[in-house]
Design a protein around this ligand. Structure first.
Ligand code: UTP
Length: 473
């Protein structure tokens, strides 16, 4: 059968997309045509030439690379007065209703292997709250604390959008005002074989995958979220990932550093735990701030130390940012050299063989193209990087077992609750790592950071016993 779109694909060397077209039922034909219409063939051709060609694997440009400066925490020698000013400025921005929360939740979560949107995964130690519930309660509590309910933008994918909305509906948005919770889908890209041929997932559908967390910037624009923010007086976005319940979803000092410096993008770093830790590295390069992935930074540089002291490339990225609304708009629009590059990720991509039978590959058989949000940093005016404590901000659930798993995340939540209690005079049994030896959970509605916890704890009378476990709500 001939169709202008099929012709276009044939011309672009992508005829295999329609190899089974004539055998499909009309509904299947319509689906395949609709998906094919989404594809920017010129973009796929460009990515094939730049990212897949044999000579394209030359590696990233490391010229002029140096560690990026960052604002140290006061306890690590940073300027306590400046941190105090930052916190006050962030609180003022929150009281003025300028800040929205933004969660990227469009990932596929393949490593965790959980069936459902990752945000619905239960993570807390006692009440088994879902990731979404934890964030919702933190956002609610911050709104109460600063007297201005906080808008929450949640980016989903085509695959998990309906299930995500249904989950929130089922739980009445966890007490948040439905009118302030906004869902939108991210874009998607076709997966290709190693020679750049667009892969079919079934005979009637393309192998389409979300376009990476960096796709959030253009999705914010395309969905109308930026316009909505503008009409609501929101100019600052607190960006975090769906897999990290420890994150201070709303952190006044972080927001304040951003505001006071007139920054377009502000990021949190943690000192790397060890040289080979698999995190991106904040660096500068020819006057710009960049994040270099661990896979792109030669091991010798990852291990380099400053005069026998700490690691030279110490600043690890933990994917927590503050973004200026109009900066997002500028990056989303592209143009004038402001565009995020695609990265290739070699993956096992379910597809069909020449006879149209399903194939579940045992090894990587193709490439997905992804945008990364930290690639916006080089385009930001006055970028700022601030230090945070890992224990207060970062314990993601990535894997089913081992590092960054539900178990490590639960333990880190317990340690945080334990620290808050101890800092306020409670005594509780812990092991040498600070892990409480009792069932313990603090609802974000009670306290969602050390300040809000301390205030709530002070008011609590009588203080609860700590022998049989505790849930503070
Ligand atoms: P990850 O890099 O951990 O990817 O995403 P993932 O897809 O969730 O998990 P794996 O690699 O398949 O196991 C980090 C954050 O970025 C979001 C995820 O939802 C998570 O919050 N993300 C990632 C998106 O929103 N869209 C994407 O296309 C990719």
């Amino acid at each position: 059968m001939s169709h202008p779109l099929i012709e276009k694909f044939r011309h672009a060397g992508q005829a295999q997309v329609f190899a089974f077209f004539d055998r499909l039922a009309p509904a299947g034909q319509r689906q395949l045509l609709a998906e094919a219409a989404e594809i920017d063939l010129a973009e796929i051709d460009r990515l094939t030439r730049t990212l897949l060609a044999r000579d394209a694997v030359a590696g990233v440009d490391l010229g002029g690379l140096a560690p990026a400066p960052y604002e140290r925490r006061p306890e690590h020698g940073g300027d306590a007065v400046a941190w105090g000013h930052a916190k006050a400025a962030g609180e003022a921005a929150l009281r003025a209703g300028r800040v929205a929360a933004f969660t990227v939740a469009g990932g596929q979560g393949t490593r965790l292997g959980y069936d459902g949107p990752k945000g619905t995964f239960r993570v807390t130690p006692v009440k088994q709250k879902s990731l979404f519930q934890v964030f919702a309660e933190k956002i609610h509590a911050a709104g109460v604390r600063y007297g201005r309910p906080v808008h929450w933008f949640i980016m989903t994918s085509h695959a998990n959008h309906a299930a995500t909305e249904a989950f929130f509906a089922e739980h009445q948005c966890f007490g948040l005002d439905r009118a302030r919770v906004h869902f939108f889908r991210q874009g998607r890209m076709p997966a290709v074989s190693f020679d750049g041929k667009i892969l079919l997932e079934t005979t009637s559908s393309l192998a389409l995958a979300p376009d990476g967390h960096g796709g959030s910037l253009r999705a914010l624009e395309r969905s109308g979220a930026l316009d909505l923010m503008k009409s609501e007086g929101v100019d600052t976005l607190s960006y975090f990932q769906v897999d990290n319940p420890l994150v201070r979803s709303i952190d006044p000092a972080f927001i304040g550093w951003h505001v006071r410096r007139g920054s377009e993008m502000t990021s949190k770093m943690v000192p790397k735990a060890y040289a080979e830790e698999k995190v991106g590295h904040f660096c500068t390069q020819r006057g710009r701030t960049v994040v270099v992935e661990y896979s792109d930074l030669p091991m010798a540089m990852q291990r380099e130390t400053d005069a026998g002291g700490p690691l030279r490339y110490l600043a690890g990225s933990i994917a927590i940012h503050v973004l200026d609304r109009e900066f997002v708009r500028r990056v989303a629009a592209g143009g004038e050299g402001v565009s995020l590059p695609f990265h290739r990720a070699d993956k096992k991509i379910p597809t069909v063989d020449a006879a149209g039978n399903d194939v579940k590959p045992a090894a990587a058989n193709g490439v997905k193209f992804e945008l990364f949000v930290f690639d916006a940093l080089p385009f930001a005016k006055n970028p700022v990087i601030i230090e945070t404590l890992r224990a207060d901000d970062f314990s993601p659930v990535k894997n089913a077992r081992g590092v960054d798993s539900p178990q490590t995340c639960r333990d880190d939540q317990l340690r945080q609750f334990g620290r808050w209690l101890k800092a306020n005079g409670a005594s509780l049994p812990t092991d040498a790592t600070g892990l409480p030896r009792l069932a313990l959970e603090v609802s974000p509605r009670f306290g969602y950071d050390e300040d809000s916890f301390a205030e709530a704890w002070k008011k609590l009378s009588p203080k609860p016993g700590l022998t049989d476990g505790l849930y503070l709500a």
